[in-house]
Design a protein around this ligand. Structure first.
Ligand SMILES: Nc1ncnc2c1ncn2[C@@H]1O[C@H](COP(=O)(O)OP(=O)(O)OP(=O)(O)O)[C@@H](O)[C@H]1O
Ligand SMILES: [Mg+2]
Length: 259
């Protein structure tokens, strides 16, 4: 099937199914294998999320962010990443500390870049991180899925998207509808690191924690030297967290050198 709104036609090869009004899968485009997301829904929220992803990605350029190759009214075309998601990797077993810190170094580089552009991802989780070739090092990390991102240049970025995100990885302020604070991504980065080291999430009842009723938290994973930093990332108050992706990266690098 061809789509005329793209610079080059897309030839779909397969579908990995429809989720949230978006069909995705591999395709042939301009002589290469690509990964295409295609909007199949007319539901306003799903259309808005799809358009937001296209708009924000069209102005981001970073080696660890999967770029947009082309976009049409209902298609987003990406390079095909041969590899797996971080979620698939964690499902085979928790990461050792060295691998987890490598992963964080790459992720925090990507976050530092988007935050400099004023963009906040707002949906950082292992499902939205890919590992090129299944490798686990700082250069093989790829941040994907900007459908929930906050972009200060986006005229449609409004309160209508309040409370979007994944409760297990969502900081309390995001749950309350506050968008655009880069420290929200650092909370999610802390949950992701916790998950990578243990295969568990910190708050078993994530919604209970978000509404302030169920503070129970599982045991801190990884070496004791990492625990104060993990606790800071997971602070309810953003002012108690590392204040930037660079701050967190420097603190983790220092820790890696001391181990
Ligand atoms: N460029 C790519 N190359 C290969 N696979 C990809 C690529 N982009 C995404 N995927 C795969 O498709 C899945 C969904 O992608 P993404 O998270 O961007 O879309 P989504 O519509 O938000 O889906 P979901 O609701 O499942 O998060 C990813 O978890 C990954 O397995
Ligand atoms: Mg996703």
């Amino acid at each position: 099937m061809n789509f005329s709104s793209l610079a080059h036609p897309v030839q779909r090869l397969d579908s990995r199914g429809v989720r949230e009004g978006v069909d995705r899968g591999p395709a042939q485009w301009n002589g290469r294998l690509v990964f295409v997301k295609r909007l199949v829904s007319d539901q306003p929220e799903q259309r808005q999320r799809f358009r937001r992803e296209g708009r924000v990605l069209s102005r981001l350029r970073h080696p660890l962010i999967v770029p947009l190759l082309d976009q049409g009214e209902r298609e987003l075309v990406f390079p095909m990443i041969a590899g797996e998601t971080l979620r698939e990797r964690i499902e085979r077993g928790p990461l050792n500390v060295c691998a987890a810190l490598q992963l964080m170094a790459g992720l925090l580089d990507a976050l530092q870049y988007i935050h400099q552009q004023g963009v906040v991802h707002h949906d950082l989780k292992p499902e939205n991180v890919m590992l090129v070739g299944g490798q686990l090092n700082a250069r093989s990390v790829r941040l994907i899925d900007f459908g929930m991102a906050h972009d200060p240049l986006d005229p449609e970025d409004s309160n209508s998207v309040a409370r979007m995100g994944t409760p297990q990885f969502m900081p309390p302020e995001q749950f309350q509808g506050r968008r655009g604070d880069p420290r929200s991504d650092l909370y999610a980065a802390g949950v992701l690191l916790w998950d990578a080291l243990s295969g568990q999430i910190p708050h078993p009842d994530a919604l209970g924690w978000l509404v302030g009723l169920r503070p129970e938290r599982g045991p801190l994973p990884g070496p004791a030297a990492l625990h104060p930093l993990l606790e800071r990332c997971l602070s309810r108050d953003p002012a108690q967290r590392p204040q930037s992706a660079l701050d967190l990266r420097v603190a983790l690098d220092r820790l890696a050198r001391s181990m």
